[in-house]
Design a protein around this ligand. Sequence first.
Ligand code: SF4
Length: 236
Amino acid sequence: MDKSIFENYAGLEGGQLLGPILRDFRGRAAVVSSFGAESAVLLHMVAGIDRSSPIIFLDTGKHFWETLSYRSMLIDKLGLTGVRVIEPDIADLAATDPDGTLQKSNADLCCHIRKTLPLQRALQGFDVTISGRKRYHGAARATLDFLSIADDRLKVEPLAGFSALDLAAYMKAHDLPAHPLTEIGYFSIGCEPCTQAGGTAADPRAGRWAGSSKTECGIHWTHNGKDMPAPSVASH
Ligand code: SF4
């Protein structure tokens, strides 16, 4: 995969970018969704193009029950038929996080075995990944490109240019249900042990890994905007 492919999609974003990508790479493009606070927008766009598109959900074993319930409800409402639930490797958990508390001592390693490794395995055979990250979330995301290439795979960010207002307007226009935790003050929602209520439209991810310098889980292959080497099991 080389950057000349960007020319095919120059100037496109949102559904106008997603449509040709899903058609051109049918069966070879995977959407990665957390079914979190703003996920319904991208998932609704996908449903409007091809309900059978592969959608990967990483079930870390640490999600809020509200997220799992919301996932089931959105799948039904949008008629999504391509959702794949990916879980951590049992042997990795047994060796590295036997009591399920690794996030307290080594959050990077916990994300590595519960998110990064399972996703890398799930993406084998896909040429394109699509996610719903936005520049307005700031930090490493502030300079997101709509298109990039990593690990010889095309990465597509159709919502990179969307603001909080754009997302709210889209949700309202299409009568999309909100994640239940957004109604009690959660702006960004990940695993339960690492997510607090809070955040603002100006800093929506403030409730993620609050009190630490960590801002990303690593599934996008960077940590705080820098290339992230795989954490060592020995560092636990
Ligand atoms: S977000 Fe927290 S609980 Fe979830 S995988 Fe990362 S460190 Fe572990």
